[in-house]
Design a protein around this ligand. Structure first.
Ligand code: ATP
Ligand code: MG
Length: 422
């Protein structure tokens, strides 16, 4: 991709009301555009990250055996009356039609998925089953201030599982925890699995998936060495205690909740009367679990966890593309032409080999190009300049490191291929 053709531009300063690192950097880099508080457009570079995050989530959900669906954001009021959440959910957006009919804009989908799956499932033999979607949610958040961490419109992956027995739900729930840890690890962030109370959903238990960053709204007591953590408010352990999982000391820190899973029990199967015929002929209400990951929040969380004062530092698994190719201009016309020709050759070879590359072919100063490469934060920067031409090489530098080295032209393709794969 040629940077000169990207319709977005980077900017040196963030909008004055952007408080958090993710809001500042995503906006300065041209990854997202704020339309109003808590509502963003996703631009080419940002959308690439979001799609990569979604692809990781999709793979792990498919591996769990869940089936992908897409449910509506516009939802019937009756379903929300059935569960008594029309009046009790403070952040529910309510929409009125021109004929005075009322609807909900879905903040979550238990009200849709429960009667939907009920329409197809009759007997215990049809269970267990699990469905998920990656879809846009609406919540009337009071203070959507942390960039894409808290939106009024945001992306979520929501998975719902249905079981004939409590034991079966427990077994699936444990598998879901493992799948979640894989999702976050593949997205390049360390995740803590926090046992929490069930909140508004249920009296049963739930788990939060917290990513440690100063931008987090939640206080957690976390192990520095493994995934163990407790919610700071309800912690039974204290700072300095040994981690019950691995023995390392626990410390109080801040986390962003990137995912949350709940044992719903029969909270939703009961009001929708979703029962199945059991082996002995009796009828039994199904057990449900729900499992959310904020996909857009996860993009913001990655930025919060992976940046420095110069810009974003994208983990390879979710970077918009792995390689940023920079061609520095030269005052000498012939040398300049040679630099551009060399860079174009590398760009074309990489693209032909299936490696996506952002090529800064703009007519801009070296300082501007290098600052933009740091801001955009692609994992590997390849630089072609007067100096590297003399060496018949390119400069190779990882965004996450300050060291650079020269790689001979003839070795670039192979080294990049190895880098992308490893
Ligand atoms: P929070 O406590 O942060 O408000 P929640 O408990 O309301 O989150 P859930 O209802 O469990 O969140 O939603 C599942 C996931 O969706 C959350 O773990 C989070 O990653 C994401 N999420 C929730 N609310 C928002 C929001 N307003 N903007 C972006 N992502 C969100
Ligand atoms: Mg909330």
């Amino acid at each position: 991709m040629r940077m000169s053709r990207l319709f977005t531009k980077t900017s040196k300063a963030a909008p004055h009301d952007a408080e958090s690192a993710n809001a500042k950097l995503l906006m300065r880099g041209g990854f997202v555009h704020q339309e109003m508080a808590g509502v963003y457009s996703w631009l080419p570079l940002g959308l690439r990250v979001l799609r990569k995050v979604e692809a990781v989530i999709r793979e792990e959900m498919d591996a769990l055996g869940a089936q992908e669906v897409l449910m509506p954001a516009l939802q019937p009021k009756e379903n929300w009356m059935t569960t008594a959440r029309w009046d009790s959910m403070d952040d529910l957006y309510k929409v009125t039609s021109r004929t005075d009919k009322e609807f909900a804009l879905g903040p979550t989908h238990e009200e849709i998925v429960t009667p939907l799956v009920r329409d197809f499932v009759r007997s215990y033999k049809d269970l267990p089953t699990a469905v998920y979607q990656i879809q846009t949610k609406y919540r009337d958040e009071l203070r959507p201030k942390s960039g894409v961490l808290r939106g009024r419109e945001f992306g979520m992956k929501d998975l719902y599982s249905f079981h004939a027995t409590k034991e079966d739900l427990d077994a699936f729930y444990a598998e879901a925890i493992e799948a979640y840890v894989r999702v976050f690890t593949r997205c390049g962030v360390d995740v803590k699995v926090v046992e929490a109370s069930g909140g508004a959903f249920t009296k049963k238990f739930s788990h939060e998936f917290q990513v440690e960053t100063p931008a987090g709204e939640d206080v957690i007591l976390a192990c520095g060495a493994c995934t163990f953590a407790q919610n700071g408010e309800i912690a039974t352990l204290k700072e300095g205690d040994a981690c019950p999982q691995c023995g390392a000391p626990l410390a109080l820190t801040k986390g962003v909740e990137a995912g949350n899973i709940f044992d719903l029990g029969q909270r939703f199967s009961e009001p929708f009367d979703f029962g199945v015929t059991m082996e002995d002929g009796s009828r039994q209400l199904v057990y449900m679990g729900c499992y959310g990951i904020g996909s857009t929040r996860l993009v913001g969380t990655i930025v919060e966890a992976k940046h420095d004062d110069r810009g974003m530092i994208w983990p390879k698994g979710v970077a918009p593309m792995p390689v940023h190719l920079v061609a520095l201009s030269s005052k000498d016309v012939a040398t300049h032409a040679k630099i551009m020709e060399t860079a174009e050759g590398i760009h074309d070879d990489l693209m032909a080999s299936g490696t996506e590359v952002l090529w800064d072919d703009r007519d801009a100063s070296p300082g501007e190009k290098l600052a933009d490469a740091d801001l955009i934060g692609l994992p590997l920067r390849l630089l072609v300049s007067e100096k590297t031409l003399v060496e018949d090489a390119v400069e190779w530098k990882l965004r996450a490191s300050d060291e650079s080295r020269l790689v001979k032209h003839g070795d670039v393709m192979e080294e990049v291929a190895t880098f992308v794969k490893e």
